[in-house]
Design a protein around this ligand. Structure first.
Ligand SMILES: NC(=O)c1ccc[n+]([C@@H]2O[C@H](COP(=O)([O-])OP(=O)(O)OC[C@H]3O[C@@H](n4cnc5c(N)ncnc54)[C@H](O)[C@@H]3O)[C@@H](O)[C@H]2O)c1
Length: 351
């Protein structure tokens, strides 16, 4: 398939952000939009240059000119929408959380296999370059053997244009019985995906204490056990409703910390810009400080060009995203010249 002709299902709050990658990729044509809210759907079709608007999914699925469907409807509808699109012969990309139950998710996977079509779960954090870099540094031994992972999320307020433009309708289904865990479920799915992906290890048990106040975002502390018993994972969520933080998007920020026998990595500024830190920091101890900062400077000089990193994080990746590909190729070259021993700051001449 040379070009993907895309139909978009759901043009709500996240849709404009999600569509940017598709609209910028020369191998994709956004041809149709479907939304039960006609004003929202028609406006989106207009904004994205899509020639057709449908108020009903079945009508869009009957359109033979559509190859693939991007599902951006509320989570509790994902199962029915994805299965219908696959049965109609379309390839499908669906936003996280994939569904409200494991049973529904497995049924969606089975439907994709039966239809012999691609089903992609869109997990945008794996495309945030600082996290991609951190994963690579861990795999290359930059912090030695990993022993723990800590992920912290702080949710507050921001005055970004994106936040100001959010429609309240998009919050109703998250906060009533249509969602199994409100905001907490909706957002922490990302962080759980990172806990699995960053260390490339399976999780064998999860223990959590979850408090609930108004919006189900209240203090929450989680401990993960991994299949490697020498590794432990921790996740925290804090909610500070009257705290304003810098952000171009939602009023939230994340902090990732990976510790190994020989050092520590921090990743920040995924959603917001609360901390005045570089988005990736590698620490390997005072004895090796000089070399650590040398390699850190090289990495940062490349990352600085990515002042749009938060935008890249949201780029749709149904198709390759050029900037990210180039960025990763550069990092590969960098890591080839500075091998893992150097990254850790070890002297090449040391016996
Ligand atoms: N990747 C991320 O960082 C991220 C961020 C936010 C939301 N999401 C996920 O994206 C999905 C959408 O979230 P949102 O915030 O845009 O929600 P939203 O409620 O703002 O938008 C949903 C849109 O779907 C439309 N819709 C509802 N039922 C429909 C139907 N039967 N047929 C056609 N259209 C229908 C609504 O009218 C609305 O315009 C959710 O699964 C959410 O969890 C992901």
């Amino acid at each position: 398939m040379e070009r993907v002709r895309l139909g978009v299902l759901g043009a709500g709050n996240i849709a404009a952000m999600n569509m940017r990658g598709y609209l910028e990729d020369p191998r994709c044509d956004v041809v149709a939009v479907c939304d039960t809210d006609e004003d929202v759907g028609r406006q989106a079709a207009d904004d994205w240059g899509a020639s057709r608007f449908y108020a009903d999914l079945d009508d869009m699925l009957a359109d033979d000119t559509i190859d693939a469907v991007e599902v951006l409807t509320p989570t509790h509808l994902h199962h029915d929408h994805v299965v219908a699109a696959l049965k109609a012969g379309k390839h499908v990309s669906v936003q996280k959380p994939v569904a409200n139950s494991v049973e529904d998710a497995l049924a969606m996977q089975a439907a994709a296999e039966a239809a012999q079509r691609t089903l992609r779960i869109s997990e945008c954090f794996v495309h945030y370059p600082p996290l991609e870099l951190a994963k690579r540094l861990v795999a290359d031994g930059a912090i030695g053997k990993p022993t723990s992972l800590r992920i912290r999320t702080l949710v507050g307020q921001t005055d970004s244009a994106f936040q100001a433009g959010l429609r309240m309708d998009g919050y109703r289904w998250r906060l009533d019985k249509r969602s199994p865990g409100g905001h907490l479920f909706d957002d922490m799915v990302h962080k759980y995906a990172m806990a699995l992906w960053l260390l490339d290890l399976g999780i064998t048990s999860v223990q959590a204490v979850v408090r609930r106040r108004d919006y189900f975002f209240e203090p929450c502390a989680v401990i993960f056990e991994y299949e490697d018993p020498e590794v432990l994972g921790m996740m925290e969520v804090q909610y500070a409703p009257k705290f304003y933080m810098r952000s171009q998007y939602y009023g939230a920020d994340e902090f990732f910390e990976i510790t190994g026998d020989e050092g520590q990595l921090w990743v920040t500024r995924a959603t917001g810009e609360m901390l005045d830190l570089q988005p990736v920091m590698l620490f390997t101890g005072t004895e090796r400080e000089r070399k650590t900062s040398e390699i850190g400077e090289l990495i940062m000089s490349r990352l600085r060009r990515y002042d749009k990193v938060a935008y890249v994080r949201f780029a749709s990746v149904y198709l390759d995203f050029k900037d990210v590909q180039e960025f990763m190729a550069e990092l590969k070259d960098l890591l080839k010249t500075k091998d893992a021993a150097e990254i850790k700051g070890k002297s090449a001449t040391k016996p």
